[in-house]
Design a protein around this ligand. Structure first.
Ligand SMILES: *[C@@H]1O[C@H](CO)[C@@H](O)[C@H](O)[C@H]1NC(C)=O
Ligand SMILES: *[C@@H]1O[C@H](CO)[C@@H](O)[C@H](O)[C@H]1NC(C)=O
Ligand SMILES: *[C@@H]1O[C@H](CO)[C@@H](O)[C@H](O)[C@H]1NC(C)=O
Length: 244
């Protein structure tokens, strides 16, 4: 009908159009504001390194050995050596440039009485620091077999965990690092605490227990301290010869 072609002005013909325009303008403005906020957050997000673990420190060795003294009696004693596998992943979540990093020290800490009694049974300084470059949004896997040979450590494992062999026991792995974010000349020292992990005797292909995020001292809120084991001679003293 001709009436339909009369030009009454679009506001009167389609009064809702004004509302739609208004709404679109609000949405566009809101989106623009969100983009600005996100850019500001990303630009100000510090380039920080993170660490995570897959949940275990693994060994394929028994930390005790047994032999038959006679036909019926088993005699147990600490193992001579235990190899354990340490696997950690360094992360660069910020997406704002690469990180140059070193792992300098690793501590493996038992928690016999929960978080209040910590005992380091293995700690090693990396003679040559594990150095790596972390690209944005990438990770670096640190994977190393470490041999426990110190008599004190082996004796400790035997005394405290001789019977936990099949189940494993909870440990904390502490990683000392130094790193330098992109666009910075400052070297940052940071210590990461990976907990709770399980010290487990088993096959190498144990499925991950999930991603365990390692916490920095700042995140924990206090400096974590632990006892060290007394230094024992690295091999048992020679047995006295029988006097005949
Ligand atoms: C061990 O068992 C064998 C036979 O099975 C026997 O001849 C031997 O005397 C036993 N030794 C001890 C120390 O009991
Ligand atoms: C990492 O270690 C190497 C070799 O010791 C050293 O030259 C470098 O400055 C260290 N980098 C950081 C970020 O600590
Ligand atoms: C970082 O640690 C190194 C030794 O690993 C030390 O020489 C340096 O002074 C430390 N830097 C800071 C800022 O604590």
């Amino acid at each position: 009908m001709a009436a339909a072609c009369r030009d009454d002005g679009e506001n009167t013909r389609f009064p809702f159009l004004a509302t739609v325009r208004y709404l679109v303008a609000i949405v566009v403005t809101a989106l623009a504001a969100i983009v600005v906020v996100m850019v500001v957050i990303v630009v100000h997000r510090p380039v920080e390194m993170g660490f995570q673990s897959y949940g275990y420190v693994q060994t394929q060795d028994y930390w005790w050995s047994s032999w038959t003294g006679d036909n019926v009696t088993y005699v147990y004693e600490p193992a001579k050596e235990v190899q354990m596998l340490i696997v950690l992943e360094a992360l660069n979540p910020s997406g704002r440039g690469q990180i140059q990093a070193n792992i300098t020290f690793i501590h493996v800490i038992d928690m016999p009485g929960g978080a209040s009694s910590l005992v380091q049974f293995c700690g090693y300084k990396l003679e040559t620091p594990a150095s790596f470059h972390l690209q944005p949004h990438s990770f670096h896997r640190y994977r190393r077999w470490v041999s426990i040979k110190r008599q004190g450590s082996l004796q400790y494992l035997y005394d405290k965990h001789h019977h936990d062999g099949s189940l494993g026991f909870p440990v904390m792995v502490v990683v000392e690092t130094s790193y330098k974010p992109a666009h910075s000349e400052t070297i940052i020292n940071k210590t990461y605490h990976c907990w709770p992990l399980t010290f487990l005797r088993g096959e190498a292909d144990t499925p991950a227990a999930g991603e365990i995020a390692c916490k920095t001292t700042e995140e924990i809120g206090y400096g974590v301290t632990w006892q060290s084991l007394p230094l024992l001679p690295s091999s048992p003293p020679p047995r006295a010869q029988p006097p005949f």
